[in-house]
Design a protein around this ligand. Sequence first.
Ligand SMILES: Cc1cc2nc3c(=O)[nH]c(=O)nc-3n(C[C@H](O)[C@H](O)[C@H](O)COP(=O)(O)O)c2cc1C
Length: 170
Amino acid sequence: MATKRDIDYVDAFPPTMEALARGEVLLVSTDGQDHSSGMVIGWGSIGIIWGRAIFTAFVRPSRHTYSLMEATEDFTVNVMSPEFKQAVSFWGKASGRDQDKWAKTGLLPTPSRHLRSPIVEQGILHFECRTVHRHDLVPANLAPEIGHAFYASGDHHKVYYGQILACYGI
Ligand SMILES: Cc1cc2nc3c(=O)[nH]c(=O)nc-3n(C[C@H](O)[C@H](O)[C@H](O)COP(=O)(O)O)c2cc1C
């Protein structure tokens, strides 16, 4: 893989928000052994909390990726270009519980700089994140219209706050 250049996470904000809206972002984590996998995320934010740059991701407990996030407390966020639309679509439909998403799509796990979770080699922008806080949504505290629209069958997201240890891309 060609060396990717460091990018200020503030400069990475606009393309990442645009890619989230287009469904072109993959979150990847690992069980800390020999298994890594991930999924498409459409929600997320980047900001400053506790004096640190933080990527916030929302993961439902029903996801296989959730078990990986819980196992290792680190994850990567990978922005993909439109040419990988088909592969990314598979990552947003299938579950890593019963499919090897890497093998099925040809996307390649590559060691990250600081984490046990790999990055997606073909990605154009990467965030390496260490989970510094996580919490469950509180159903009773959700605005009713959001509860009805997104949680009619439960499976409330867990919110992960990942300190951005590195941000780089092409
Ligand atoms: C455009 C798009 C955005 C998504 N965003 C999220 C998200 O932010 N959080 C989440 O838990 N699932 C999200 N999903 C659903 C997961 O990507 C999907 O359920 C995936 O198959 C889970 O895989 P896993 O079981 O291997 O973790 C999204 C799916 C799509 C297509």
